[in-house]
Design a protein around this ligand. Structure first.
Ligand code: SF4
Ligand code: SF4
Length: 378
């Protein structure tokens, strides 16, 4: 038996609210989340609300899943349930309201009486045991929560490969402070280790994942919806992400949040050691990966050439000028400040680009492609 918390699985075919509620109730039961745990508590649901998108675009946690989590928390006696995120771009009340409306959160709140967070202040939390960052600035609503539910939308991710339970917590860092972390930690590996520090600092109490319709391809916002038909849950974000890798056909060697969690002794080493409860975990062998997925040449090329080859092979963001509307959201989110808007079109100076793909993630009209050199595109 695993020494880590179990991962719960339900086969949930669609977003019919009665079915989603009944399955989320099963997930609460898998982890013994009941009146004894939640009575009188302030529950915070950290949704994934990266940008203004409709639920059908599979970019944000579906409102039916959020509504079901709110209802289950209320059934367990929660005093207050708050829905929150710090999406990409400035962390302002106006920006939050626009996103809540488009992502269906406003309706979920109206149906249930949940509160949509409008507190845009922040606080600092220290954790000396962390490896890279010992003090994080976090959105203030985290401080007041008695119980945090990490409400994930399962997606691929251009930089971290997996947008799962650990990555979702990057949205607890206020607005435009997020690009600073990309600038400080430009390498995927180190950035992902920082995310593990962040996860240890925020410490969500429960993960519930909308994997009913996921995003495949160029996630977390430029990919396409993929019907999977599952909800996952765990009291461990790391065991959860290990199971999510198995679902999506990702090796833990290429998802550094998971490989660092394994190295730190925070989760099982392989999926066979994860304790699974509920329905069988479906494994989707045909999950499309982001174009930024790296190709390993380490066994084919002399070590001395690897840094040059690595630079050549790292996919780059390319603006499709005909589709660019000159809104400037890419420039605003670029940690390297290497995007200029000229004549209402974005232009990238690649000499300073750190390949973090924040621009790709934040473009509202999907006018930024991720491109690999054709020579290596096999
Ligand atoms: S590339 Fe996208 S985000 Fe950047 S200015 Fe053009 S439309 Fe806006
Ligand atoms: S241009 Fe895009 S990929 Fe390059 S540093 Fe800026 S945001 Fe990151």
């Amino acid at each position: 038996m695993s020494k880590f918390p179990a991962v719960g699985v339900t086969h949930t075919p669609d977003y019919t609210i009665e079915r989603v509620c009944s399955d989320v109730r099963r997930h609460f039961a898998f982890h013994n989340i009941d009146k004894q745990v939640l009575n009188g508590k302030r529950v915070l649901i950290k949704a994934n609300l990266v940008m203004k998108r409709t639920p059908e675009e599979a970019t944000t946690t579906h409102p039916a899943v959020i509504e079901a989590i709110v209802r289950c928390a209320q059934e367990c006696g929660a005093k207050e349930v708050v829905i929150a995120d710090s999406p990409g771009g400035p962390f302002t009340v106006g920006a939050l309201r626009g996103i809540y409306a488009s992502c269906g959160m406003q309706q979920a709140a109206e149906h249930t009486g949940a509160v949509l967070n409008e507190d845009v202040t922040s606080f600092e939390r220290e954790r000396q045991e962390n490896e890279l960052v010992h003090r994080f600035t976090l959105i203030h609503t985290i401080k007041e929560a008695d119980f945090i539910i990490d409400a994930v939308k399962l997606k691929t991710h251009g930089m971290t490969m997996l947008s799962g339970a650990v990555k979702n917590l990057f949205g607890t860092i206020p607005g435009l402070m997020k690009p600073e972390f990309h600038w400080r930690f430009p390498k995927k590996d180190v950035f992902s280790n920082m995310l593990v520090d962040l996860c240890e600092t925020v410490r969500p109490d429960l993960v519930i994942t909308d994997a009913i319709v996921c995003m495949e391809g160029d996630g977390p916002s430029g990919g396409v919806p993929k019907q999977v038909g599952m909800i996952l849950s765990s009291r461990s974000p790391y065991e959860h992400d290990l199971a999510a890798c198995a679902l999506m056909g990702l090796s833990t060697d290429e998802v550094f949040t998971v490989s660092h969690a394994i190295r730190r002794g925070l989760c099982s080493e392989t999926i066979d050691k994860v304790s699974l409860v509920g329905d069988p975990l479906i494994r989707c062998a045909d999950f499309l990966m982001p174009k930024s997925k790296s190709i390993s040449f380490s066994d084919k090329i002399p070590k001395v050439f690897l840094p040059v080859v690595d630079k050549l092979l790292t996919s780059k963001p390319v603006i499709r000028k005909k589709d660019c509307v000159g809104c400037g959201k890419c420039a605003e989110s670029c940690p390297a400040k290497t995007i200029r808007i000229v004549d209402r079109k974005a232009n990238i100076d690649y000499s300073a680009c750190i390949r973090c793909y924040c621009c790709h993630e934040m473009c509202p009209v999907r006018a930024i492609d991720i491109k690999r050199m054709k020579l290596f595109d096999w």
